[in-house]
Ligand binder design. Structure first.
Ligand code: TXA
Ligand code: MG
Length: 354
């Protein structure tokens, strides 16, 4: 239950330059964090909702404000690789290679944790997820706060992650102290989460950094079954506990159409007609340009980068104009396509193979 005190709080919104953040604004954000408050801030992936990782009371507020189940652990954000050695009990060689190559950037590593990391951060697990975001405002804020910052995506639980300051405002205005507005995020899907606590490297959540790029550094990466599966479908143990919930979902019903080749447009059009006959307003998300769809509400994604960057915005925009059903055409699971398909499967209430 969200606490009453958290509602109708005065939320300040400060525009920051994501490349050369204004020091006074960064100081203001750091002070709030230091005093146990919450600050939404831009990263290269999605907006984060930050709190001091070493202040359990502040971390607790994150779960309350988001309405997030307390068994879903948070990512700790750092501003330098050296901080990892104060949080992680073991830092294997392969992790050092990955950090050197990809940090700052959209890669989160799961380590065995030191006991100084509060239980509320890790939901009682003996591991801790850590990442260094590639955004100067975020890095300056973490540095100035002088403490690692936990940050889930700055959306209400189960809603699409926020990729614009407007998304953060609509989910969290009146509930947190400050929103740092650094413009739209560059990548648009969350970081790739990789477990390095065992002999192999295990992908828990595909994200902004391609699997292929990681494999080029550490060799073969294993995929946790949930990466490609529907949540709850196969009853796999939740190694990344966030996997078991329906996520990223707009209010509209999402129908994912997978496979299909040549026939896909015809199949999508018959689907559209079925839903329209039932009185639904239908939107389509597609990478096919110049095709005819039986609705005027079509969002065209030119390539994987555009798709990732605009996916959550598309969901929210369709909701705004009263779309009831969003039909999305699946994409190939390579590069960013793996993260896109993961988010689509988790958001959809129906998957149709054609
Ligand atoms: O790009 C991102 O990662 C964004 C920005 C704000 O940095 N953050 C983000 O946080 O996506 P969140 O809380 O929405 O997702 C964190 C994911 C969840 O799937 C969670 O289960 C997993 O990381 N995770 C966190 N700690 C973990 C741990 N110790 N072991 C396994 N998975 C963990
Ligand atoms: Mg999230």
């Amino acid at each position: 239950m969200p606490l009453l005190v958290l509602k109708n709080m005065k939320t300040e919104i400060l525009k920051v330059d994501p490349e050369e953040p204004e020091p006074l604004k960064i100081k203001a954000a750091a002070k709030i964090l230091h005093d146990g408050g919450l600050v939404a801030f831009p990263t290269e992936t999605v907006y984060g909702l930050g709190a001091d990782a070493f202040n359990p009371e502040a971390v607790k507020k994150i779960f309350e404000v988001k309405g997030r189940p307390s068994d879903n652990p948070l990512i700790v954000h750092v501003a330098s690789i050296s901080e990892v050695y104060r949080l992680a009990k073991e830092v294997p060689k392969k992790a050092e290679r990955l950090m050197k190559r990809f940090w700052p950037g959209p890669l989160t590593l799961v380590f065995k944790k030191m006991s100084v990391v509060p239980d509320i951060v890790t939901a009682g697990l003996d591991t801790v997820a850590i990442r260094m975001p590639d955004n100067e405002a975020a890095l300056a804020m973490i540095r100035e706060a002088g403490t690692p910052i936990v940050a889930p995506s700055a959306n209400t639980f189960s809603k699409p992650s926020p990729t614009t300051p407007g998304h953060v405002v609509s989910d969290l205005y009146g509930k947190i102290e400050l929103i740092l507005d650094g413009g739209n995020t560059r990548i648009g899907v969350e970081s790739t989460v990789v477990d390095v606590t065992t002999d192999s490297v295990l992908l828990l959540r595909p994200g902004g950094l391609d699997l292929e790029e990681i494999e080029a550094v550490v060799g073969r990466v294993e995929l946790h079954p949930a990466v490609k599966a529907m949540p709850n479908v196969n009853g796999h143990a939740a190694k990344a506990p966030g996997m078991k919930y329906k996520h990223y979902a707009p209010n509209a019903k999402v129908v994912l159409v997978e496979g299909g080749g040549e026939k896909i447009v015809r199949n999508v059009n018959s689907l559209i007609r079925v839903f329209v006959r039932r009185g639904s307003v239908v939107g389509v998300i597609t990478m096919r340009e110049g095709e005819f769809y039986d609705t005027d509400k079509v969002k065209f994604m030119r390539d994987f980068n555009t798709f990732a960057k605009n996916l959550f915005t598309a969901f929210r925009e369709f909701d705004k104009i009263g779309v009831d059903v969003i039909i999305v055409e699946g994409v190939e699971e390579r590069g960013l396509g793996l993260a896109i398909m993961n988010r689509l499967r988790k958001a959809s209430s129906q998957i149709i193979h054609v």
